[in-house]
Design a protein around this ligand. Structure first.
Ligand SMILES: [Ca+2]
Ligand SMILES: [Ca+2]
Length: 493
């Protein structure tokens, strides 16, 4: 082989090996922490490989950035979206919540809401010229929190949204002033009302100096808990920290520098034990509407600013490769078991075991039929049995004894694993000797044919007519059945 051909061969061999090795690896998925600030869509989410996004409370695509409108939202978006409420927009939170709760499945599911966006920055959440931004934030974010909780008491609230996590005085004063401002109200105890904090982490100066660890982030969380403890006497257990914007808005930064910043920050955020989520700023959007979109895309957008459909930028392609993890296999749902107790009319002792029929229905449709379920009695005649391998859910349970009419136990919820249900309060009615689930003259006639003496000893022929299982066919057996025979035909349930 000439050397030229050999290298050609070697080249293809290497390519072949790379392809085979990479295809053998498990497909990676975005970590649950990884997100983006901005209006992601079902089209752009898989391109940048994110698990969540938020967008300052208006619709993706920014057709009208000042209006909430979830009418046209793909329901899938709610698996990734977290609403954010500006403090300054607190008066419209109620109508926003009405839309979320009436048009989506997000409400009252223990989902997250972000509160506040840069209360320390003029024209963001800070009124320009305000002399008391902390007091303003305490008041406005408190008003937001109250309105969210009024519609969704299960809401997990992530508050504050400072533009810079090094402003620990703002954080401390926010906690102190919250106590003064909201004392005696339903949101008085800040550590019990919120789940955690969010802030932004920006690197404005070139060249970027990459932090070596997450100490900056841990300091914020530790300071928050120290101040909560000092002010309220309690802290938040495992408080969440969301970095709701990170990156650089330096317009002189090259793509290469921004990629470098990304390469440095994403692993720190991903590996930090105190960080719950992070979101790169900025997703990218239509060039015609939002001011962010009109800046040169190379600064920080993950998608070129242009009308939809958006095209992923070089930076977006880079972000897609970060923060990927091996998917944790979702455990197969464990089936349900139903361990039940049941009582048969007439039996109050440790009578012999029986085989019963157990049927499970949903909406009148039979889902499971267990033809011969062995049940055994305790000393007071309460029988126990078990049926297994049932998909968790809510069922109507029907149980029929060999000589007892079928009984319905409605709306029995079965969860994964063993479910213990006591159906023994009302016994199954005796007397269906031919096991057709109807008590009628045929059953009465056959019983009477064996009731030939005041007390006939039980043998293999007549045993089933000894309802009480006391060893004899007697007046007690007959009177039980006759008492049940209230009409021409008594059917099981
Ligand atoms: Ca019958
Ligand atoms: Ca008897």
């Amino acid at each position: 082989m000439k050397s030229g051909k050999f290298f050609f061969f070697l080249f293809f061999l290497v390519v072949f090996l790379m392809v085979s090795f990479s295809s053998a690896e498990a497909v990676l998925v975005p970590s649950p922490k990884k997100g983006v600030a901005g209006g992601a869509t079902p089209d752009t989410i898989p391109q940048i490989q994110i698990s969540w996004f938020y967008n300052w409370a208006y619709i993706p695509g920014y057709t009208n950035p000042n209006q909430w409108n979830y009418d046209n939202w793909d329901p899938k978006i709610w698996e990734k979206f977290v609403p954010l409420f500006y403090g300054k927009s607190y008066s419209s939170v109620e109508s926003f919540m009405n839309q979320i709760c009436s048009k989506t499945d997000y409400c009252n599911k223990g989902n997250y809401y972000l509160v506040g966006n840069e209360p320390d920055v003029d024209a963001e959440d800070k009124t320009p010229g305000s002399t008391d931004p902390v007091g303003d934030a305490v008041f406005r974010q408190g008003e937001v929190v109250k309105r969210i909780l009024a519609k969704d008491p299960t809401a997990k609230l992530i508050v504050l949204g400072l533009s810079n996590g090094s402003d620990l005085n703002f954080l401390k004063n926010f906690i102190i002033e919250w106590k003064d401002k909201w004392a005696g109200t339903e949101i008085a105890s800040l550590p019990e009302v919120i789940r955690g904090w969010h802030f932004h982490w920006y690197f404005p100066n070139l060249p970027f100096v990459c932090p070596t660890d997450d100490s900056f982030l841990r300091r914020f969380v530790a300071t928050a808990n120290e101040q909560l403890l000092a002010t309220f006497g309690k802290k938040i257990e495992n408080p969440e920290l969301w970095i709701t914007e990170f990156g650089s808005l330096n317009r002189n930064a090259t793509i290469s520098q921004l990629k470098g910043l990304m390469s440095c920050l994403v692993p720190i955020l991903e590996n930090s034990a105190v960080v719950s989520r992070y979101a790169w700023f900025y997703h990218g959007c239509s060039s015609t509407v939002h001011s962010y979109c009109r800046t040169p895309w190379a600064n920080y957008n993950l998608f070129y600013p242009q009308p939809a459909p958006l095209t992923i930028s070089e930076l977006g392609q880079r972000y897609a490769l970060f923060g990927l993890v091996t998917p944790t296999p979702t455990p197969a749902p464990q089936p349900a078991k139903l361990s039940f107790k049941i009582k048969f009319q007439g039996i109050n002792n440790a009578a012999p075991s029986k085989n019963v029929l157990v049927i499970l229905k949903q909406g009148g449709v039979e889902k499971y039929r267990f033809a011969e379920v062995n049940v055994t009695a305790d000393s007071s005649g309460v029988y126990s049995g078990l049926v297994e391998n049932i998909a968790p859910g809510t069922y109507d349970v029907f149980i029929k004894g060999p000589i007892h009419l079928q009984k319905k136990f409605p709306n029995v919820t079965l969860n994964q694993g063993t479910n213990t249900k006591d159906f023994s309060l009302i016994p199954l009615k005796a007397g269906d000797f031919n096991n057709d689930n109807i008590l009628n003259i045929n059953d009465i006639a056959s019983l009477l044919s064996y009731y030939t003496a005041l007390s006939s000893p039980v043998n293999s022929q007549n045993q089933k007519f000894d309802i009480e299982a006391n060893g004899a066919i007697d007046i007690n057996d007959v009177s039980l059945v006759l008492a049940n025979y209230t009409q021409r035909e008594v059917g099981g349930e």
